[in-house]
Structure formats: structure tokens, C-alpha cells
Write a protein that binds this ligand. Sequence first.
Ligand SMILES: [Zn+2]
Ligand SMILES: [Zn+2]
Length: 224
Amino acid sequence: MVTIGYSRAFTYTMIGGLVWSAWALVRSPPPLFDAVFLLVLCLVATDLISGLLHVILDNPRSLDIPAIRGLAEGFQRHHENPARIYEMPLYEHLYVMHMLLTILFVAALAARDGRALVVFVSMVLALHIMQMGHLWSHVPPARVPRAVRALQAAGVLLSKPQHDQHHTAPFDRHFCIMTGMCNAPLNVAVGVIGRTTHWWIAIFLVAAASPLAVAMLMARLHAR
Ligand SMILES: [Zn+2]
Ligand SMILES: [Zn+2]
């Protein structure tokens, strides 16, 4: 069984992907409406995707799946020691996303359409906002930048009181860690199908693939 490994190589590939995408998008830009629509879709979908991934990785049954055991252990240790998220080096907190983003870049390249590259660039932005949103919801408020506190108060970023509701045993609610806007519907869904079913993996994969799928659909409709 393959175990997910992380390295700086993914960070370099992701940065190379950003440079490539910028060059390709300047040379051959997609329609502005399509680009803005996909950017907004990625930002909104990422809050839901963050919650779905969190449900999977908080599931004790995920510890039995070798490919995601390391990630699941990390998430479940986070409940025991929440302060570590801001005590560890920032790069260590962010670079776990870079392998997923490298995979997305390869998929976007294969799609051979500027809209797919917009999705890649938007997801780089969104996943970093997600990681920082989660981190800032744990940092003692006095140490959070004033502008971030204003965004938290406005509901644009996950607030500490909202995320504190997740950090209460049995850790079965409020899984979204970016804006928190998808927490209410996800809480209902978790209540209905339970948090330990492996169906969440299938639901996550569909949600994670959806921005790229929408971009491809738009490209196909445009080509007609
Ligand atoms: Zn959790
Ligand atoms: Zn947390």
C-alpha cells in the first residue's frame, strides 16, 4: 500500500505551476466571467471541502487506512494539543497542501484549457487561506492581526468561538475550517449519515474534483 509522503519537491512544483499558469493565462486568457466565477466557486467550495476532509481524518476508522493514517493521526493529535498548530513552524503547517496542489496542477495541465489553470491558481489561494483560517482561529486573539480579527468578526474567516465548538468532545460538529459558512449544512449531513462511515471519502472526492469538472464543462459549452 502506498503511504503519502511529503517533501519540499511538491512546494517547488506548485510554485513552478503558478509561474507556468501566470504565463499561460497572460498569453491566452479565458473569458473574464468564467475566471471570476471559477475563483468564487473555488473559495466557497474549499470551506466545504475542508469540512469533508476533516470528517474523514477525525474518523478513528481512518487510522486503519495506511494511505491516510499519517494525516489522520495528525488531525486527531490536534484535538489533544491544539496550540501546536501555531507553535510549529508555519511552513510545516502549510506544506501539507502542496502535494494535493501538485496533483491538481498536473490534472489542470492535462485539461489543456485556461479555465483549469484558473482553478489551480484559485485553489492555491483558497487552500492557503484555509490553512491560515484554521491557524488564526487557534491563536490567542491578542496575537491575531487586527485585519484578520475584523474578517473573523465579519464571518469572512472562521472565528475562534465557532471553531472552539469543534474542539469539544466528541468532536463531531463544526468540521469546516476556512470560513465556517458550510458548517450548518455539514452538521446536518453528519447528523444524518454519521461521522464514521467511509462514504465521506467518496463524497469528499466528488467535492474536491468539482471545481475542475465545472471548468471543463464550461470549456466544453464554450467550444460548441
Ligand atoms: Zn477535528
Ligand atoms: Zn482546530
